[in-house]
Ligand binder design. Structure first.
Ligand SMILES: Nc1ncnc2c1ncn2[C@@H]1O[C@H](COP(=O)(O)OP(=O)(O)O)[C@@H](O)[C@H]1O
Ligand SMILES: [Mg+2]
Length: 428
């Protein structure tokens, strides 16, 4: 409905201004005829040309009549146009509207209006396909009956499948078994939050629906999957870090009320076909306002949890900054946050790396072998310093994500959206 209003408004404005132009022209015609009929005034009229003599000779009352007829006929045309538009508008508003739904109606699989814009802007699925996209049969067909070979990743409550629709467009479909209360909550939470976000570093929600105990979330497809375990270059890794800092800055600083992701980790950072990184998996995310009111269950992923959250349940935007520090370390070192040394022995990346990160002689030897010796050492020290700051045990010593972002931008080549000038072409 809002979209319709948005389209109607400029149309009405242009019609009204068109109408005004005609009336003004008509009136001007009659006024100039009145002026021209007065020779003394004609001498001061800037619009008067010598060739207008013929015009001058016309009967003034005839001109008034012509002006009147033009104005009346234009008004008539405008009113009939307005009437047609109004009828169209009424017809649309009488349709059982799903777009206006603000809250989630999972039983009916109701879709939200904001997605339409995202859909079309991405050129992935057309508006016509949108209506059919969310029904179970379409999702089943597009994922080859949720075939194993279509699995993109495995989540806590179900798998994410690659879907290809009849028009050739792609999407990712998360299939959640919602027989448990936790799964239903995560589904509701993710859909509610994602439907409010619009940012190039946050995954786009395309649709959602429900079938018996199963819920479906349809996202834009991220062709290059999660960011970990990749053979990306140093510059690409810095670009991923910058993208995620941008996504987090949006959640912490630009969304109102602010949102804490609460499960930032490399498997929730997805790469599109151009290796742009986007934050995904908002099942555990909380708005700061909601978090203050309710008691949250301790959730997240071990290895990424900030100490104050793990020990006291104290959750702030600085918990995301801590997790960001761990992600930065993964990009730098090519290691998992917690590694198994022996069957009953694990080591955390923080404990292992922290002393080496601040030692300039040791640092170059612990970087991921894939990128070893490929970066400016000054930049390596800077990134390590940023990671150390983010992982400070005391949350108030950690920087804000905005500060982190501004430290990273100069390390990313201009071609990739940063401010660094590099001579060579950028490779993945
Ligand atoms: N839009 C997507 N495009 C490609 N792969 C995806 C997409 N969404 C999720 N995946 C894959 O599915 C995995 C699980 O999805 P996620 O949303 O993180 O579920 P969970 O909440 O259960 O962790 C991801 O780590 C990723 O590998
Ligand atoms: Mg996940």
């Amino acid at each position: 409905m809002k979209g319709m209003e948005k389209k109607l408004l400029p149309l009405l404005i242009s019609i009204v201004s068109f109408h005004e132009t005609i009336v003004v022209l008509a009136v001007q015609g009659s006024v100039s005829s009145r002026i021209s009929s007065n020779p003394s005034m004609a001498a001061f009229s800037p619009g008067m040309q010598p060739g207008m003599e013929e015009h001058k000779k016309m009967d003034p009352s005839k001109k008034m009549l012509t002006a009147f007829i033009v104005a009346c006929s234009s008004l008539g045309a405008i009113f009939s146009l307005l009437f047609c538009l109004w009828t169209c508008y009424k017809k649309n508003s009488l349709k059982p509207t799903k777009n206006g739904a603000k809250s989630l109606d999972v039983e009916k699989g109701i879709a939200l209006a904001p997605f339409l814009g995202k859909f079309n802007s991405m050129g992935m699925v057309s508006k016509e396909d949108f209506a059919s996209l969310r029904d179970y049969q379409t999702l089943e067909q597009s994922t080859n009956k949720f075939h194993q070979s279509n699995i993109l990743g495995i989540g806590g409550f179900g798998c994410v499948y690659k879907a290809q629709f009849v028009d050739g467009s792609y999407a990712a479909v998360k299939k959640l078994d919602c027989s448990s209360h936790d799964a239903e909550n995560e589904f509701q939470n993710e859909v509610d939050l994602l439907s409010k976000f619009k940012h190039s570093n946050i995954i786009s929600l395309l649709d959602f629906s429900s079938h018996k105990d199963t819920r479906f979330i349809v996202y834009e497809l991220m062709q290059n999957g999660p960011s970990h375990g990749s053979s990306l270059t140093w510059h690409r890794r810095m670009k991923i870090a910058m993208d995620i800092a941008r996504g987090l800055e949006y959640l912490h600083e630009h969304v109102n009320p602010p949102v804490i992701h609460r499960d930032l980790k490399s498997s929730n950072i997805l790469l599109d076909s151009d290796f742009n990184a986007k934050l995904s998996d908002f099942g555990l995310a909380v708005t700061v306002a909601a978090h203050n009111k309710s008691n949250l269950k301790l959730s997240g992923t071990l290895g990424y949890l900030a100490p104050e959250y793990l020990l006291d349940g104290k959750l702030t935007d600085k918990s995301d900054v801590y997790a960001f520090g761990i992600v930065l370390l993964e990009l730098l070192l090519g290691r998992k946050p917690i590694e198994k040394l022996a069957p009953a022995q694990c080591i955390s990346i923080v404990t292992w790396a922290m002393p080496k990160l601040t030692d300039k002689s040791q640092l170059p030897n612990i970087v991921d072998p894939v990128i070893k010796d490929t970066m400016d050492l000054k930049h390596l020290y800077q990134v390590a310093a940023v990671a150390v700051l983010c992982m400070q045990p005391e949350p108030s010593y950690r920087p804000l994500i905005t500060d982190v972002l501004h430290l990273l931008i100069p390390l990313v080549p201009m071609e990739l959206g940063g401010t660094l000038r590099v001579g060579q072409p950028i490779v993945p």
